[in-house]
Design a protein around this ligand. Structure first.
Ligand SMILES: NC(=O)C1=CN([C@@H]2O[C@H](COP(=O)(O)OP(=O)(O)OC[C@H]3O[C@@H](n4cnc5c(N)ncnc54)[C@H](OP(=O)(O)O)[C@@H]3O)[C@@H](O)[C@H]2O)C=CC1
Ligand SMILES: Nc1nc(=O)c2c([nH]1)NC[C@@H]1CN(c3ccc(C(=O)N[C@@H](CCC(=O)O)C(=O)O)cc3)C=[N+]21
Length: 297
């Protein structure tokens, strides 16, 4: 099995640093005219799990040279009040983009709130209009996690055209958009979900396996073809018997890296690249807002 001795972790932090440096250079060039607006992160109620994500976003925004504004709205805010605040941000030229952190409290409809963010300020690519554009291969404002997964496959150097890809999980924010984006790149995409009779039958054929199910250790080594690339999108908090909390992905990483040629670690894989994609999207949103005459310059 010498051919598979090439075990490489795909370093998401390295990819993040490269992408953020590109964004920073463009932000500096653009802000010579007028400074860019700020990114607003909205958290509704107490959601301890997303603190890490917001911290990552704030740090990445700083590295990209973009102002970042963390807002915490009360858990009992009414849908009308929340939408009114979002509408005010749509009209505010000093707001570059709006990030609505999920999940939101049960009395609010996340789709309805996300739909209230104007497509030109939808830096997460979650508005139905942004998602719809992906069907037309217009992927410039794509959901960040799906875009990050595609970026990490590209990082392997595997040719995208004709690549056999198996996407495990078909959520609106990850699996479905990733499948469309990979089709746009010329890959042959199989999508698996909880009713797939045997995920392993599909995943064992794949040149690249992407897994986003939210189950630690779901992707085992025997489900992976020797030499394949594994993109582990899962971010799960697990508590050890001693009470310590760790973040793990959806793959049994240690075992999978014995058969795969590339594995993204968790942490340090898809997560950091997701945050970098958010900053790329912010830059793209700025360009579109200018082109639409929303802001000067
Ligand atoms: N790195 C990042 O930036 C991000 C990471 N994540 C992480 O990715 C993971 C998935 O998130 P998300 O997509 O939002 O999750 P969802 O819970 O929305 O979706 C999970 C998907 O997995 C499928 N699934 C569940 N069980 C099985 C099974 N036994 N076999 C095959 N498919 C199964 C579900 O299928 P069905 O609907 O048919 O039940 C569903 O499509 C989580 O760990 C999450 O934390 C999420 C977003 C961003
Ligand atoms: N149902 C659901 N579950 C999610 O988990 C979820 C979601 N929806 N919506 C979108 C965001 C995006 N998101 C990220 C989490 C961590 C990093 C990240 O950067 N993590 C670091 C960890 C940094 C650290 O540990 O300090 C890493 O993976 O290396 C990025 C992105 C999750 N999301």
């Amino acid at each position: 099995m010498d051919a598979i001795a090439d075990h490489r972790y795909l370093d998401g932090r390295k990819v993040q640093a490269r992408l953020l440096a590109q964004v920073k250079a463009e932000v500096e060039a653009l802000s010579a005219g007028a400074p860019l607006g700020r990114l607003v992160s909205i958290s509704i109620g107490e959601i301890p799990e997303i603190a890490v994500y917001i911290r990552g976003q704030a740090r990445a925004a700083e590295r990209a040279g973009l102002p970042f504004d963390r807002q915490f709205w009360p858990a009992d805010i009414s849908p009308e009040a929340a939408k009114a605040r979002i509408a005010a941000m749509n009209d505010d030229p000093s707001v570059l983009g709006v990030i609505l952190q999920r999940p939101v409290p049960a009395h609010l409809n996340v789709r309805s709130l996300q739909g209230a963010v104007h497509p030109l300020k939808d830096v997460e690519g979650m508005n139905p209009a942004s998602i719809g554009n992906i069907v037309y291969n217009d992927t410039a404002l794509a959901p960040c996690t799906a875009a990050a997964s595609v970026e990490l496959i590209r990082e392997t150097g595997l040719p995208m055209k004709g690549l056999e890809v198996v996407m495990i999980g078909h959520s609106e924010i990850v699996g479905k958009p990733a499948a469309f984006m990979l089709m746009a790149e010329g890959a042959t995409v199989t999508v698996c979900h909880h009713m797939t009779r045997s995920v392993a039958v599909h995943s064992r054929r794949a040149d690249a396996v992407l897994v986003a199910v939210g189950i630690p250790g779901f992707l085992r080594a025997e489900m992976v073809r020797p030499g394949a690339a594994v993109i582990d999108i899962g971010i799960n908090q697990v508590t050890a018997p001693d009470g310590s909390v760790r973040i793990v992905g959806d793959a049994d990483t240690e075992a999978v890296r014995e058969v795969a040629s590339w594995v993204t670690p968790v942490p340090g894989g898809v997560g950091p690249v997701t945050v970098a994609k958010l900053m790329q999207n912010a830059l793209e949103a700025h360009r579109r807002q200018r082109a639409a005459g929303w802001i000067g310059g």
